[in-house]
Design a protein around this ligand. Sequence first.
Ligand SMILES: [Zn+2]
Length: 675
Amino acid sequence: MSFNFRQKLAAAVALFALSLTTLAQTKAFDPNFMDRTIEACDNFYRYAVGGWLKNNPIPPAYSSWGVDQIVEKNNYDILKDVLETAAKNTKAAKGTDTQLIGDFYASCMDEAAIDKAGAKPLEPYFKRIDGIKDADSLRNVIAFLQKQGYSPVFAFYADSDQKNSAMNIANIRQGGLSLPNRDFYTKDDEKSKEIREKFVAHMTKMFTLLGDTAEQAKAHADTVMKIEMRFALASKTPIELRDPVENYHKMTLAEADAVTPNFKWATFGKELNVPAYPELNIGQPDFLREFNKMTTDVSPADWKTYLRWRVLTRSATRLAKPFEDENFNFYSTTLRGTQEQQPRWRRCLRSADANLGEALGQEYVKRAFTPEAKRKMNDLVENLFAAYRERIEKLDWMGEATRKEALYKLSTFLRKIGYPDKLRGYKGLLISRDSYFDNVANAVWFDTNRDWQDIGKSVDKTRWGMTPPTINAYYNPSFNEIVFPAGILQPPFFNVAADDALNYGNAGGIIGHEVTHGFDDEGSQYDAVGNLKMWWTAEDRARFEKKADCIVEQFDNYEVLPGLKMQGKLTLGENIADLGGLVIAYNAFKKSMEGKPRPANIDGFTPEQRFFIGYALGWMVNQRPESIRTQVLGDPHAIPEWRVIGPLSNMPEFAEAFACKMGDKMVNPKPCKVW
Ligand SMILES: [Zn+2]
């Protein structure tokens, strides 16, 4: 489980990014980004970056356009060169990083071969699916498809036991849906109905491309919708999934078999070829109970249709152009508003990062990450922790027993910066120039199987959950660690050339955010060694929850599109992290100025003002309404504009820096404060 700093939005091409790139590298903050027609105390987000937002509309191949894409442009220029250089080398020794990424990229760029293959690569899968005749053969096929990464019905994976974080166990998580989450199936508003209609039309087109007649295709699409609807109704909502205690149900094999009498977990494990597991965590037993019913009351013919769909939709991006285009049409245009696809090389680059990230990341960090950057980042992290410690020591609402535990947890955080020190390698993985489809299948199987072999073994805390070029960061509660890949340690997030105020507001805010995840409504339920265990006194927990409720209410009231409000409960963890992280970063920044001559104003702004400008700069992004809607319905991160307005309007430090008064929109009359 990782709590991402920012959502990875489906992003894309940088046709006119050149000026932005230059700017990101040479000037830390350009006052032209601002919109001076707006008052800082009225809407600080628009005031600080509104000029940039107006002048930088979203290009057709993007669902959003902002700082992430500026950084991405730089990262992709480097990665493209790495991949093209490797692909030109046809003599690289088998199994070396150069051979793996070079052949993988070349096979992905070979559109003629991919188009010629049509949907042929799916035939072996369809043949297996055709053998379904009862609950036993259904289980056997589900196991086969799990190995290929299709996760039919549910996800099966190895992860640390939430209550014994030193050991890996087998985990089951509800799944099987093609729309982003349960709410897309159950909501009754016009827009939701329209999306469901478009989804059925999309499936119909995809089945037609496979060779169905129009009539057959529609019937198949309806069958899939019926099955997914049953999954959806038995699923937990995104908000319910945020409760770690309610989603932890470790049981013995006998207990698991009692949940699904038609589906034997020991046999399933043998079919997956994973180490025998005496117990497993079934995250959502009610979902599995419904699935158990469906093993017998859904006909084999309907199961075949559903599983064919699952394989088809999950393979679409590596099939011939008509499949890829139709897949884009629904998932990127309907759900995210993106108008056109990114160029082939960018899609292949993403795929190489997703499938061979460690090999690709090696070369990336050599070119894009310096020991100096690592040292500076480490110093910044160090200062943030010092400020955090002071803050917890002084918290007026926390009793001594809980405070002691909180300080202990803070002192044990693991930190990872840049890239993994220990590599896992790709020994035994076959990649060639013959078939892009097979390359992805091989890479997925290699990775899936390798993770499954961890079941029953002790946890290796050197592992990373993101690749080095990733523009993101995370907190992992089971490891109690914060992780910052090299990809995000780039301007403007982290700029070795910028003034401290800007870096503390931006990179400092990111670090503070990730540390605070260890103390948000979810993370705070894990102890110092990463076990799900309550270390709070009942009184302190009640006070914490009351403070959290303030933030729920604050965000529940934000209307992000006409008639569409943010979900305060869904975004609570991220919003606690934003506010807490920013308060800590501000304290660390003030501390860093102690005993030194006061820094000069820059462009007419005080250091304190530049701190808040730096924070807003990290959220400078235009986003399409379709993408906003999809995010609000299922993503735990609030929309960028509100990630700035929300926390700042709770901070007296902000009001003081910009002389905002009670009654101004940027001053919350009932300010929230947790950390
Ligand atoms: Zn986060």
